[in-house]
Design a protein around this ligand. Sequence first.
Ligand SMILES: [Zn+2]
Length: 178
Amino acid sequence: MRLTPLLLTLLGLAAVALAASPAVAREKPAPRPARPVVPTEAPVAPAFTPVHKSEAEWRRLLGPQRFNVLREEGTEIAFTGALWNEHRAGTYRCAGCGLTLFASDTKFDSGTGWPSFWRPAYKGVVAENRDSTFGMIRVEVECARCGGHLGHVFDDGPAPTRLRYCINSASLTFVPVR
Ligand SMILES: [Zn+2]
């Protein structure tokens, strides 16, 4: 039997199609365990009411070091605080009033010796004030509920916000995830 050019062409195309579709589908690589992506924007904070106490009450509640940092805007010496080298998952709360201020998923190693975060845990829990002490213009940050001094925020942090919240360990308590 003589094959017509048309039939030859069709046979050729069929052969190409068979070669291009292997009987066994190529195995897909196993998916990597998904790393949860931390949203750039902080979620809205649960409602909270301001906390006011007298200086004497704060002094009694906080003890000398926390009082100096939180109520007198003191700064702990770098690499001496309890939390700059804390790497566990958990939340960081105001040592004055307990409000959740930061979370471990936004903490990064800044090399400064102070706990550093690229954003607060919630919108509105950290208030900002211009600070011109020590001949520098800086932005001081404090707890929005009790007014306790936390540290400063700088614009030399990592992605995605490029912010660096440089916080005193003494201003915080750490609650690890169980
Ligand atoms: Zn507070």
